[in-house]
Design a protein around this ligand. Structure first.
Ligand code: NAD
Length: 260
């Protein structure tokens, strides 16, 4: 799709990190952006800065997501693009070889369920409500009706020590990409998923400088952490290239090539 003022977009998790970066990049192209997030204070500020609309949405609730779409569509019309960035990180945030059975010993099912509820079920909830709106739209010039971009993680493929819940939640997003893309292909709605590696966002706040440096050094090229701008550039590319569909794309500086 051509990203301009004729396009309305919804970005979940738009009040921070990868979602914020993507919302800003879309708005810079003229796209009308609605931010869905729990963080009202930051969300309102960003929405104002980019000329968008903020919708206080909890992706774990059907009603809350539905109300968000009603507000966003009233402001901008039916969205053609939805970017699912809302998520939480649980478990160890570092790439470590140290043995850690803490997550297993804690057997914290409430935490496991919360992780899956936000990262996986929340993604499906937003995806399905958005796609059902998209399929009712007239196709655009290239026959496309809309696009959903999800955010999994490299943890879906190579989860680290102490990250069972997080990896399972992201593995679910990874695994559902192809079947959902198949379901929607005939309707002209694409579905793609980005698998970020280690991205410098507020989600990583609290990580000390030494750990950051060692992580950056482990990334083959470029030897730095990823940024919201790296993510946004890929999200915009996925939007603009109608021929990419049903893909899960790693965005990680080839971290899997790092020596172990
Ligand atoms: P972030 O913490 O900066 O932003 C996440 C946003 O999601 C926050 O604004 C938060 O308020 C919102 N959110 C959390 N729970 C929500 C809910 N129930 N309803 C609505 N909004 C909710 O994190 P980020 O680093 O920008 O991460 C964005 C996505 O990328 C997440 O899905 C994360 O798992 C994924 N990811 C991040 C990294 C990384 O290294 N930062 C790596 C791989 C994948």
């Amino acid at each position: 799709m051509k990203l301009d003022a004729s396009i309305a977009a919804v970005v979940t998790g738009g009040a921070s990190g990868l979602g914020e970066g993507t919302a800003r990049a879309l708005a810079a192209k003229g796209v009308k952006v609605a931010l869905f997030d729990l963080n009202e204070e930051r969300g309102e500020v960003i929405a104002q800065e980019i000329g968008g609309v903020f919708c206080k949405v909890d992706v774990t609730s059907d009603e809350s997501v539905a109300a968000g779409f009603i507000k966003a569509r009233a402001a901008h019309g039916q969205e053609r693009l939805t970017v699912n960035c809302a998520g939480i990180a649980t478990g160890q945030k570092t790439v470590s070889r140290k043995r850690d059975t803490g997550e297993l010993r804690a057997h914290d099912m409430a935490s496991f369920e919360r992780t899956v509820s936000i990262n996986l079920f929340g993604t499906f909830r937003v995806l399905s409500q958005s796609a059902l709106g998209m399929v009712a739209l007239e196709p655009m010039a290239d026959g496309e009706r809309g696009l959903i971009i999800n955010t999994a993680s490299v943890a879906a493929q190579d989860g680290q020590i102490g990250q069972a819940a997080y990896s399972a939640s992201k593995g679910g997003v990874y695994a559902m990409t192809l079947p959902v893309a198949r379901d929607l292909a005939q309707e002209g709605v694409r579905v793609n998923t980005i698998l970020p590696g280690i991205m410098w966002t507020p989600m990583m706040a609290g990580m000390d400088q030494k750990v950051q440096d060692s992580l950056a050094a482990a990334i083959p090229f470029p030897s730095r952490l990823g940024t919201p701008a790296d993510y946004a550039a890929l999200a915009l590319h996925l939007a603009e290239n109608v021929y990419i569909n049903g893909e899960c794309i790693r965005l990680d500086g080839a971290i899997r090539l790092a020596p172990r």
